[in-house]
Design a protein around this ligand. Structure first.
Ligand SMILES: Cc1cc2nc3c(=O)[nH]c(=O)nc-3n(C[C@H](O)[C@H](O)[C@H](O)COP(=O)(O)OP(=O)(O)OC[C@H]3O[C@@H](n4cnc5c(N)ncnc54)[C@H](O)[C@@H]3O)c2cc1C
Length: 360
């Protein structure tokens, strides 16, 4: 099956889906209301972590592994650096949490990993306090993606595959007729489809601290039970420290993107505690963006209830970037009716909490 497709939104999902459909012979238009990779979109962040550990959720572990291979292919084909192979450390506070569930899932799926005693993990960072840690799950094949650059690279590659990339804000009342329309609109999705896409848009503040040269290329890290994550100094951005706790509901168009003093204080206090050498590091950068949180952190992939040729894709829930190119293969299979979407991606009400982002 192929035909004419419109993909709305040139974030990582829309760009990956447009590129995938074009590669399968579809005639594709990709519409973007701002610039592809705009810093207003979640995909327009400087960096995003790629990790395979997803607690018990093997489906996402496998998707992350496939996505990693596709990102490396894109980097190889284009000669543009989008991947930092720095590995990732999960700071575990208990013997029974997300990290231990992940160990079992990584083992089932053949993903390289190691369980480190806290003191053994000290070598991974210039300074690391481990007195309150039970252990550290080390993922050597995890790393950091240059997110905005990678998103723009996907859009450029769309152009090479014959996709028409158009500056255009498409609305459901004005959408042109196509064999398939994929709405990959990130934080804008619930405004376009109220009551259909149940996604909460939450503010996120990201800080970069000026560590010295010893922080260059140090690993990504996540403290799931503490609600913080980040990575070492990548591409001169500074050491990323990001709070991942509950936050305010926002509108992505009007969000004031200046960092909040209380978030800066929280990030500094965390950094001083976990990485003592950063206690007096200056703030060298900050970004404010938004999560599109589904109630249970599973993505949304489903047909519009009244327009069967329309597909809604979103609910990245703070962990969607890494999966982009692999999710696109899955979405394209759904659009081409080669498979059905997974029940856990269905539109409509959700119960439970899979806890797939970097904070409990
Ligand atoms: C601070 C932060 C940290 C994160 N960390 C990670 C991480 O470490 N690892 C990870 O894997 N994920 C992470 N994520 C999540 C990840 O960034 C998102 O899940 C992913 O980028 C979402 O991509 P998207 O394409 O669905 O949406 P977006 O990137 O938001 O793109 C949607 C696009 O659609 C456009 N659009 C919307 N409506 C219209 C319209 N009507 N017409 C035309 N265009 C339209 C928008 O302008 C935008 O460009 C993080 C997110 C944030 C905010």
């Amino acid at each position: 099956m192929s035909g004419r497709a419109l993909v709305v939104g040139a974030g990582v999902n829309g760009a990956s889906i447009a590129r995938e459909l074009a590669g399968r012979g579809w005639s594709v238009t990709l519409a973007e209301q701002h610039s592809p990779g705009t810093v207003r979109s979640a995909s327009g962040g400087d960096t995003r972590l790629l990790r395979a550990a997803h607690g018990n959720e093997d489906w996402y572990t496998r998707l992350a592994c496939r996505a990693r291979a596709l990102w490396l292919e894109l980097q190889e084909e284009t000669g543009t650096r989008i991947w930092e192979p720095v590995g990732l450390a999960w700071f575990a506070r208990s013997a029974t949490g997300f990290e231990h569930q992940s160990v079992a899932s990584l083992a089932r799926n053949g993903v390289p990993h190691e369980w480190l005693a806290p003191e053994a993990a000290r070598d991974l960072f210039p300074s690391l306090a481990t007195d309150d840690l039970h252990g550290v799950l080390w993922e050597p094949e995890a790393g950091v993606l240059h997110a905005r650059r990678a998103t723009q690279l996907l859009v450029e590659d769309c152009g090479r595959r014959g996709v028409r990339v158009e500056p255009n804000r498409v609305t459901p009342t004005e959408a042109p007729g196509r064999d398939a329309v994929v709405w990959a609109c990130g934080a804008w999705l619930p405004h376009l489809f109220p009551g259909v896409a149940e996604v909460r848009i939450e503010r996120r503040d990201v800080l970069f601290l000026g560590g010295d040269a010893s922080w260059r290329g140090t690993p990504g890290w996540v403290e799931y039970d503490g609600g913080f994550y980040g990575h070492g100094d990548v591409a001169g951005l500074g050491v990323k420290v990001a709070p991942d706790g509950p936050s305010d509901e926002v509108d992505p168009e009007t969000l004031d993107r200046r960092v909040l003093p209380e978030r800066e204080r929280a990030a500094r206090a965390y950094a001083a505690r976990r990485f003592p050498a950063l206690a007096d590091a200056p703030l060298v950068g900050a970004r404010v963006c938004q999560y599109d949180l589904s109630p249970d952190t599973h993505f949304l992939v489903g047909r519009h209830p009244e327009r069967p040729s329309w597909w809604l894709v979103g609910g990245g829930s703070g962990h969607g970037f890494k999966h982009g190119p692999a999710l696109a293969e899955y979405v394209a299979d759904c659009v081409e009716e080669k498979r059905d979407p997974e029940p856990f991606h269905a539109l409509g009400p959700r119960a439970g909490n899979a806890g797939l982002r970097t904070g409990a």
